[in-house]
Design a protein around this ligand. Structure first.
Ligand code: KG4
Ligand code: ZN
Length: 321
């Protein structure tokens, strides 16, 4: 089965071709450089750049995969959530292609895509019940996953998303958007020396990150000259890892999950990956841990394609059942 997938929900224009779970091509044009001067993503600029780049990524993805449009069986695109004017560009392109090529359309949820990214090019499958954590620039959520496409929201952030916290903190420290990679790099030569407050250290499965950003703003304002940026970045990263590990464990104890899945741009962070993997192993060695490969952690169309693949498989099993 050949799937063409499109992703345009935020600041990456991406097109991928998959043969089942195998990625034949995944071409992404990022808008990071153009968006940097706004310190985040400006929706009107994002839409303008998607319009400029979508043909290029489509052409290139077909070329790399050595697939002709007639060979495509399904066309998938990110339906939601995301910036509405950006999502509409993917929708219009996908609908037009589906109409002219006479192929079925599959509408995909971006957040579920981040979870399914962990199944790309893997032979192993999730075991249910599973616990899924999404840590991205726009979302921080935990789900109980009882089966494919059976998600129950367990907890989420009450204010900023974790990636947003990293992005805003990095700007306060004088670095560019996106803040996650900048903080990861600074932290490599830093030590965990700053005592930062642990937000929402309570019994709930919800998160809060806006207070942390305020504390960093306060520190930067008060001690600008004395701040050791590497140590502060390392302390931020360490605290975020502790928060995630603590809330994940709480959720795991309610779900008794056989699999823990972590997706979203923030899991591109190698320190967080190692910290969380080591922690989860301590709860029970039998737990299967699923991360996407680093290149499929931030926004990309391959994750939309693999979710579309599971959707078609699920439809077939519904028909057979
Ligand atoms: O999933 P994503 O690409 O877009 C959304 O759906 O939001 O996530 C983007 C977020 C940004 O906040 C970015 O700073 C963060 O992921 N990020 C990282 C790293 N790479 C990207 N955070 C920590 N460490 C990284 N290496
Ligand atoms: Zn995303």
């Amino acid at each position: 089965m050949i799937i063409l997938a499109l992703e345009t929900s935020c600041d990456e224009t991406s097109a991928a071709i998959l043969e089942n779970k195998k990625v034949l091509s995944n071409v992404t044009i990022s808008q990071i450089l153009e968006q940097q001067k706004y310190g985040g993503v400006m929706p009107s600029l994002a839409a303008k750049l998607h319009v400029k780049n979508i043909q290029k990524v489509l052409k290139e993805t077909l070329h790399v995969a050595k697939v002709s449009p007639e060979q495509i069986d399904y066309i998938a695109y990110t339906e939601k959530p995301g910036l509405i004017i950006c999502l509409q560009i993917g929708k219009i392109v996908a609908e037009t292609l589906a109409l002219f090529l006479n192929k079925p359309l599959l509408l995909v949820n971006h957040l579920e895509g981040h979870i399914y990214a962990s199944l790309l090019e893997k032979n192993e499958e999730w075991e249910f019940p599973a616990l899924a954590l999404i840590i991205s620039g726009g979302h921080t959520q935990m789900y109980q996953v009882n089966n494919h496409f059976d998600f129950i929201l367990l907890g989420e952030t009450c204010d900023d998303a974790i990636g947003e916290c990293l992005d805003k903190s990095a700007i306060l420290l004088g670095y560019n958007y996106p803040g996650g990679p900048a903080i990861e790099k600074l932290a490599q030569t830093g030590k965990n020396t700053y005592q930062l407050p642990f937000p929402k250290n309570d019994e709930t499965l919800d998160f809060s990150f806006s207070g942390l950003k305020s504390e960093i703003s306060r520190l930067v304002g008060k001690e600008k000259k004395e701040i050791n940026v590497n140590n502060l970045a390392c302390s931020i990263q360490y605290l975020l890892a502790e928060i995630l590990a603590k809330k994940l464990k709480k959720a795991w104890l309610t779900v008794w999950a056989k699999t823990v899945i972590i997706g979203g741009g923030v899991i591109a962070n190698k320190f967080l990956r190692n910290y969380l993997a080591k922690n989860i192993q301590k709860w029970d060695k039998k737990i299967k841990i699923f991360f996407p490969e680093i290149r499929y952690s931030t926004d990309n169309a391959a994750m939309i394609g693999v979710l579309a693949y599971y959707k078609t498989k699920n439809k077939k099993s519904e028909r057979q059942g």
